[in-house]
Design a protein around this ligand. Structure first.
Ligand SMILES: Cc1ncc(C[n+]2csc(CCOP(=O)(O)OP(=O)(O)O)c2C)c(N)n1
Length: 519
């Protein structure tokens, strides 16, 4: 912009950059054009285009999980935001900090109810911890600073700032300074004491970890507690970011189905929650448990989600006089190179053998994920990101955003073919941004999990119409064509040997690749 004057959009972009926001995942429209133009006026903001808003919001989630700070999204009025809601739902469940900038019509235009007018606040509210509509170009910058502060409020949340077009194009004041960011609240001494007493009372105890307590430092503290007390360490079925593999304290992942969770928790007399909630069944099923903790189990909160669970674990470990060396550290052991049939188990072993150190794994493999999970407990250390909100179509964008946040790390995305079809446009962004992501699509040509669920819910004998709703075989998807059509090199494999070659080659090179595993 020439001269000293700056418009609202530029004041906002400058404020975001000054507040530490470096990336804007975007799918803009007319009402966001001044924000788009401001990206060239301001140094320090990397724009990343997504060709569908579900990709944009999923990328912001993946970025936040790895960077530990928000990216901005740029979304086009209510419909753009609404297209992105499902992955904002997943991001909310992951406590990912995200700043949504949603353009709107100019303030004076609202009265005419133009075609794109909608209830943006109504769309935003259920996924956002903070929602605000700017009313003047003079406040946009301050609103932006407050949005970043709100997003960073522990443990992290979604802040949505609605930006009417005239507040973006009219002359503004100056950028707003970065606001202080709240640290997680220290856990009270009483909560620590109560947990220490419980861990000494001889009852069978499990500790359910979530959030930062599943990263290295928290795992070490939890492992020390396990060494001192014999407590089991658990995590949810789907976690935002779990650090696992060789050298890391092993945490038992709770299973997916209700009766399996009930079995896993049988005999637990005390359940200690660290940023987590008591586990419940994903769905209700006739005659099966929803609440999965035994009714006589004592539940103790060591840390609530906004509190410093890692510090609390360390305080407990010290109070117990726990040894420095944690219990349950995984050795570095690789499975033998598999032969025979190509399935999720042989593929999982191949991945375990070839996964580079500190890879990031975005896992939406659905019914094909068990093989990877089993084979990689003792593989090279890696970060595992999963489907926190159960809304499928997250894995590809999540991997893409993680790769933007961590350009020096290999990203591996494991995906069911059904879920991958929701947001496959993420592949195009991977190609355009030259991101180092290898996607493995498990092509079983069905919604396999729903075939299981159909039985479990007790639906009456399913006929051909019902079964056809779960079948993706006609026409058969061709992932090599889909990927290459978006600029991503791809290969279809049908044998263990071919998968091994393809995965080894992908691990040995940089850049986006896709491997279609025919099941
Ligand atoms: C947004 C959304 N829509 C629909 C569903 C219901 N759903 C759960 S799993 C699934 C199919 C997953 O298929 P795929 O990714 O191929 O994995 P598979 O079950 O075959 O292993 C569907 C449609 C969902 N969870 N989220």
């Amino acid at each position: 912009m020439n001269g000293a004057a700056m418009n609202g959009a530029e004041s906002l972009v400058r404020t975001l950059v000054d507040s530490g926001v470096e990336v804007c995942f975007a799918n803009p429209g007319t009402s966001e054009m001044h924000f788009v133009a401001a990206l060239d006026e301001v140094q320090g903001m990397r724009p990343v285009l997504g060709l569908f808003e579900g990709v944009v919001t999923g990328m912001a989630d993946g970025y936040a999980r790895m960077a530990g700070k928000p990216a901005a999204t740029l979304l086009h009025l209510g419909p753009g935001l609404a297209n992105g809601l499902a992955n904002l739902h997943n991001a909310r469940r992951a406590s990912s900090p995200i700043v949504n900038i949603v353009g709107d019509h100019a303030t004076y235009h609202a009265q005419y109810d133009a075609p794109l007018a909608s209830d943006i606040v109504g769309f935003a509210r259920p996924v956002s911890g903070w929602v605000h509509t700017s009313t003047s170009p003079l406040t946009v910058a301050a609103d932006g600073a407050r949005a970043v502060q709100a997003a960073m409020q522990p443990p992290g949340q979604i802040a949505t700032l609605i930006l009417p077009a005239d507040t973006a194009w009219l002359e503004a004041g100056h950028p707003a300074p970065k606001l202080p960011v709240g640290a997680p609240t220290a856990v009270s001494g009483d909560a620590v004491d109560a947990v220490v007493r419980a861990l000494r009372n001889g009852r069978r105890t499990a500790i359910l970890l979530r959030g930062a307590s599943l990263h290295e430092r928290g795992l070490v503290a939890a492992g020390r507690i396990a060494a001192a007390s014999g407590a089991r360490l658990l995590c949810d079925t789907f976690t935002a970011r779990l650090q696992r593999g060789a050298g890391r304290v092993v945490v038992e992942r709770l299973p997916y189905f209700a009766e399996q969770i009930v079995d896993a928790l049988a005999g637990v007399e005390q359940l200690i929650l660290v940023g987590s909630k008591p586990p419940v069944s994903f769905f209700a099923y006739p005659g099966k448990a929803s609440w999965c903790t035994p009714s006589d189990t004592a539940i103790l909160h060591l840390a609530h989600p906004h509190e410093d669970g890692v510090q609390a674990l360390e305080s407990v470990a010290d109070a117990l006089g726990a040894p420095d060396r944690p219990a349950g550290v995984a050795d570095h052991l690789l499975p033998d190179m598999p032969t025979g049939k190509l399935d999720q188990f042989s593929a999982g072993k191949v991945i375990a053998r070839l996964l580079p150190e500190h890879a990031i794994v975005s896992d939406e493999a659905a019914t094909s994920g068990l093989g990877f999970g089993l084979a990689t407990v003792t593989a090279a250390p890696h970060d595992h990101l999963s489907l926190t909100g159960g809304s499928i179509g997250q894995g590809l964008p999540l991997a893409t955003g993680a790769a933007v946040a961590s350009p020096d790390r290999k990203v591996v995305c494991l995906h069911g073919d059904g879920g991958a079809m929701y947001t496959l446009q993420a592949l195009w962004t991977q190609a355009r941004e030259r991101l180092d992501v290898t996607t493995v699509v498990f092509a079983n040509h069905s919604y396999a999990i729903l075939q299981i669920e159909l039985m479990r819910v007790g639906a009456q004998a399913a006929g051909p119409k019902a079964l056809s709703m779960l079948d993706l075989g006609d026409p058969e998807l061709n992932w090599v064509q889909l990927a290459t059509g978006m600029g991503v090199e791809a290969v279809r494999v049908e044998t263990v040997e071919a998968f091994t070659d393809a995965f080894a080659s992908a691990m040995g090179q940089r850049g986006p690749r896709l491997i279609e595993v025919m099941l």
